[in-house]
Design a protein around this ligand. Sequence first.
Ligand SMILES: [Zn+2]
Length: 412
Amino acid sequence: MDEPKYDFFCYGCGAASCVRDNTTCPVCGEPFSIRAHATPPAGLFERTPRSMWDYFDLLPVDDRADVVTLNEGATPLIEATRLANNIGAGCVLLKSEMANPTGSFKDRQVSVGISHARAIGADTVAVVSSGNVACAASAYAARCGLKAVLLMHGHAAPGKIAVASVYGGRAIQVDTPSAAEAFDLCIEACRQFGWYHLSTAGMYNPFNVEGAKTIAYELFQQTDGDLPDWIVAPCGGGGLLGGVWRGFLDLKRLGLIDRIPRMAGVQAAGCAPLKKAIDNDTPYLETLEDPWPDPHTIAGGIADDILFDGHTALPAIRTTNGAAVNVDDDEILEGQRLLATQEGLLCEPTTAVVIAALRHLPGIASNTRICCIVTGTGSKDLDTVKKIAPPAVHIEPTLEALNTAFHHHDDT
Ligand SMILES: [Zn+2]
C-alpha cells in the first residue's frame, strides 16, 4: 500500500494522528490541521505551474479522478512600484488572486474541499459565506454536478448573492450578523441531512482550507526562492494567513527555504478578534469563548466574529515575528481607490485592507520587500464601487463641452 499523502497535526501542542475522521487533537483540544507528507517529484518547483493542481502530491486528495478544477491558481505576481514609493518600501508585490475563476482565492480552497467531498461520495455541499465562498462553491458544484446550499450571513453584499445564484446553487440569506451563528445552523443541517460542510473554516473541516497553501508554493517560484520580508493578508477566520504559513512550512520541510517571511494579518477595526488575541497573547481555545460583539465594517468578507482558523493564524503571526493590524472603513475605501487608480487593480473592500495596512507595518525601510495577497475582485460588489467612483459628467455633443468637462474632471 502507498504511503499516506498526509496526516493530521496539531499546531497547539505538536501531536499528530493518522485517524482520518478525527479533527480535534485529543491532547490539547485544538483543531487538527492537515500536514502533507509527500516528497514531490524532482523538478516540480522549477516548472511554472499551469494550475494549483500541479502540486497534487502536496494536496489531500488521493485519486486524481476526484479532482474538480477550473484551472485555479497559477495567479500573477505584480510589482507595484507606486505603492512601494508611497510608503518608502523597497518593493511591494501583489499576488493577484482576482485572476482565479470566480475572482477570489476561495477557488483554491473550494477546489480542494469539493474534490474531497466527491471522494467521500457527497451529493450536496453546504457553505456559510459572506459571498466569495458561495460563488466558488456554486461554480465548482455546477462543474461536477453536485447540489450546493449557500447560507449567506448578514455581511453578504447583494451583488455577490446574485453572482453566487447564477451558477445554480441555492442562495439562502440567514438573518444574523454573527458568522458563528450561521455556522451552527449549517453544521446542524449537514448532520441532519447528510450534506458535506464545504465552508472554509479549518476548525470544522481541515480539508477545505488546504488550497491556500499553494499560494506559498507559487510565491516561492515567482520570486526564484528569494521570498519577501512580509506577507500581508486579509484576516477573517484566518484560513488564508494560516494556510500560506503552512505552505511555507512545507517548503522548509522539503529543504527549499530556511526563512519564513513575517506574516501580517489585517482586520477591520469594527471586527478585530485577531488583533485582540495577539495583543493579549490569548491561547486559541480561549478566543472562541469571546466572540467579537456586533461586527460592523464595509469589509464584509472578513467580518468573522471568531477566528475559525486561529489555531494556524495565531502561530503564523507568533512564530514569525509577524503582526496583527487594524484599519478603519475610511482607510479601506481609500486603499481600494488607491489600488485602482495607482496600479490598475479593482479589488473588493475586504482585500483593500492590506493596502490600507501597508503604512501601519512596523519597521518598513527602503530595502523592505512586502507581498500583499490581493484576495478578491471588486467587480462582484458594484454598490461599493459606486461609493469610490466619481460620477460621469453629462455634456452636449460638442468639442467645447468635452474639453471643459475633461479639464474640470482633471482638476478635481
Ligand atoms: Zn494538541
